[in-house]
Design a binder for this molecule. Structure first.
Ligand code: ADP
Ligand code: MG
Length: 700
């Protein structure tokens, strides 16, 4: 049986079978994992825009994305640090400001008093007023009513050069064949759950009729419930499969005692915490087996994951194997390299640093050493697994801060490290706190350990939430901290839609702080700097040449500057708890008392207030993860889709976790009674971006 009722259904065919789809378009679609016509049906909207009705200005609330129509009352060009155009419109119920950071003179003159304008955009709070920044708009001539859309407009995940319009058209074509899909759920599940037919659910999600609430459509309730269920099921089957496959392959059993670790322990100024010792024990047990270790170690920021990684590495090395330690950025790789070097050189273990920025000549010796087995442990970014780097006997791969690496990369790496018919062991470390029940599903293909204890002697971080109006006090505080020789982070978070605008905002902040703090050495990093520029500034901050670092959220992961003891986070009210926690983890790493200032724009919404309260009252990552879960009601759809490295189209592991027990039962039933459906379900639902090992893994 194929995926459809009709073996020859167009759903089976490559997308090029559709009219107007040539090679170029097919390639773009492939980037989204859309290869066959069928895949279009399962490319689900990430949100909807409601252009079906016009909202009265008086009824608007911040964060709504709405259509508004009014008459232009006045237009002005103002200069608040940068030039912008403000256009005030009135619809009889209230006044709304449109804000343009980029505009042309022609545009300015077209916004004449009395002209009618219809605009679509996100409403935001600016002080006590509401505004829209860069709305889509059209000026309405005459008094003829301009028609509105009839249905909600889906917005799909897309890729460069592929327009929403094109995607919508193709998906609509595919929908003509939606009833040719076979129902892969066991009948009793469909009955028990009172699911509507799959085709109907897909149709309603892609082309919602009768204007249901967009939130509901994506909430995991109503028609979406079945889709959520199927996706979780496919995911569960996928990870089970991967786990099963992995138990069928071989890995070197490392039975020798870890004499290097014993040596290191004698030299270390501290003893491992109980939690570290337990996790090291679990890892050692895995490494002694003849099947590959595949373990996730979760430990809050500062819990000492590096030491655990080192223990694992030394075990492999004591058994005559080499180790690859991979970090998500060059800076973190270098930081690991320096720590490892310090710890390992005295005990005769050779660490090799492979950097993407080394010239071939600089690299040659290092690469040779790895090939000859003289280098024991290689540290680097994914550059480690590109081209020229080869090992004599790679026995263990360690991936740090893995949420930057996708599940696909993890599989690909394992393939790369394969020697003969033996696969290397794999250890993944993450600071992302995920409640335990979820971890079992989110990382179902991995065994799971947790370092649930911080090393002793940390001074807790004091966190305060301050309204923007008290910015001056905060700047005073920075001045005082720098005067005492401490270092400070100032984090500018996303308030602008685009990265470009965000970087501009960070530049502006850095400028202001430079003016206000003439005696302080201020540096700036943001996403638009070249990698080497970024690294060089980070390095200057690390070595103390810079005292204040203004940064966008690029500094979120792993950076360790123990002397930095004050962090200011702007627009904290707009950020998720998990991210705030990650950011804050950059301070509190040394022996001086650290503090974190959360700056917010009053007035605070209810959820925002609870989030900030949580940040003030606890620094425990697991506690924060739980609160995060509580605060994310079903209404909050965006941003909850991603947990760890699992990419889901419509389900959310957090929001939909109550379904997991039923999903697991259904998964067992399918494996036992309909084994041929496993591949079909995973093929329908799991993202296949590029044809890599993971895909084959999931589908074999
Ligand atoms: P993370 O889990 O965030 O990666 P690190 O491995 O960077 O944490 O460790 C944070 C700091 O704690 C490092 O300076 C490390 O040397 C130190 N550390 C690790 N384990 C212990 C321990 N058992 N006792 C005291 N300090 C420790
Ligand atoms: Mg770390």
């Amino acid at each position: 049986m194929g995926l459809c009722v009709f073996e020859n259904s167009v759903l089976h065919q490559p997308v090029t079978a559709l009219r107007g789809v040539g090679e170029v378009l097919a390639e773009k679609l492939a980037k989204l994992g859309i290869v066959h016509v069928l895949d279009l049906l399962f490319h689900l909207p990430m949100r909807y825009q409601d252009r079906t009705r016009i909202y009265p200005i008086a009824s608007l609330r911040a964060e709504q994305e709405v259509l508004v129509e009014g008459e232009i009352e006045s237009t002005e060009v103002v200069n608040r640090g940068r030039t912008m155009l403000l256009c005030h419109i009135n619809d009889g119920s209230g006044i709304l400001t449109l804000r343009f950071f980029h505009f042309t003179t022609a545009q300015k003159y077209s916004f004449a008093k009395g002209v009618r304008i219809r605009c679509f955009g996100e409403v935001r709070q600016a002080g006590f007023k509401l505004e829209m920044a860069h709305p889509e708009y059209r000026l309405l001539a005459g008094n003829d009513p301009v028609p509105l859309e009839n249905t909600l407009t889906p917005t799909y995940p897309t890729t460069d050069g592929l327009q929403q319009r094109t995607l919508r058209r193709l998906i609509e074509t595919a929908l003509l064949h939606v009833d040719e899909l076979v129902d892969l759920l066991p009948e009793n599940v469909v009955r028990q759950q009172r699911f509507l037919p799959l085709g109907e659910c897909l149709r309603k999600v892609h082309t919602p009729e009768g204007n249901p609430s967009p939130t509901l459509l994506l909430s995991g309730e109503g028609v979406a419930r079945r889709l959520v269920f199927e996706e979780l099921l496919a995911h569960q089957l996928g990870v089970q499969q991967a786990r099963h496959e992995l138990k069928q392959v071989l890995a070197p059993a490392m039975l020798e005692t870890n004499h290097f670790w014993e040596k290191l322990l004698r030299a270390l100024p501290f003893a491992p915490t109980n939690a570290q010792a337990r996790v090291i024990h679990e890892i050692t047990h895995d490494l002694q087996q003849t099947t590959p270790m595949n373990r996730l170690v979760q430990g809050d920021v500062g819990s000492g994951k590096t030491l655990v990684a080192v223990a694992a590495a030394l075990h492999a090395i004591a058994n005559g194997f080499q180790v690859a330690l991979m970090a998500p950025t060059e800076l973190l790789a270098e930081q690991h390299y320096q720590n490892l070097q310090r710890w390992l050189e005295p005990i005769g273990v050779e660490t090799v640093f492979i950097s993407g920025t080394q010239t071939p000549r600089q690299r040659r010796r290092k690469v040779e050493n790895l090939l000859l087995g003289i280098g024991h442990i290689a540290v680097g970014t994914h550059a480690l697994f590109q081209n020229t780097v080869e090992f004599l006997q790679l026995g263990l791969i360690i991936i740090d801060e893995q949420h930057r690496f996708g599940v696909h990369q993890r599989f690909a790496l394992r393939e790369k490290g394969k020697q003969g018919d033996h696969y290397p062991h794999q250890l993944v470390m993450t600071a992302t706190p995920i409640p335990r029940t979820l971890a079992m599903t989110a990382y179902g293909d991995l065994d799971y350990s947790v370092i649930d204890e911080l090393p002793p002697g940390r001074t807790p971080i004091t966190t305060v939430a301050l309204s923007n109006e008290r910015r001056d006090e905060v700047i005073e505080r920075i001045s005082a901290a720098c005067h005492e020789g401490r270092q400070v982070y100032w984090v500018c978070t996303l308030i602008e839609e685009s990265e470009a605008l965000q970087c501009e905002a960070a530049e502006k902040t850095a400028e202001t702080l430079r003016e206000r703090l003439p005696h302080v050495a201020v540096g700036l990093v943001h996403g638009r700097l070249h990698a080497n520029e970024k690294e060089s500034i980070m390095r200057q901050f690390k070595c103390g040449e810079l005292q204040l670092l203004v940064a966008t959220t690029v500094i979120e992961v792993g950076v360790d500057v123990p002397n930095a003891s004050l962090m200011v986070i702007e627009n904290a009210e707009r950020m998720g708890l998990a991210q705030l926690h990650q950011l804050r983890g950059r301070v509190g790493r040394g022996s001086v008392a650290s503090s974190c200032v959360l700056l917010y724009q009053a007035p605070l919404g209810k959820t925002a207030r609870k989030r900030l309260d949580a940040m003030r009252t606890t620094t425990d990552g697991f506690r924060i993860a739980d609160i995060d879960l509580e605060l994310r009601g079903p209404g909050e759809v965006l941003g909850t889709r991603q947990t760890g490295d699992v990419r889901l189209k419509i389900a959310s592991l957090l929001r939909d976790q109550h379904l997991l027990p039923t999903v697991q039962v259904a998964a067992r039933e399918i494996v036992a009674q309909y084994p041929e459906r496993v591949a079909m379900l995973t093929q329908r639902w799991l993202q296949r971006v590029g044809e890599d090992t993971a895909t084959r893994f999931f589908q074999s």
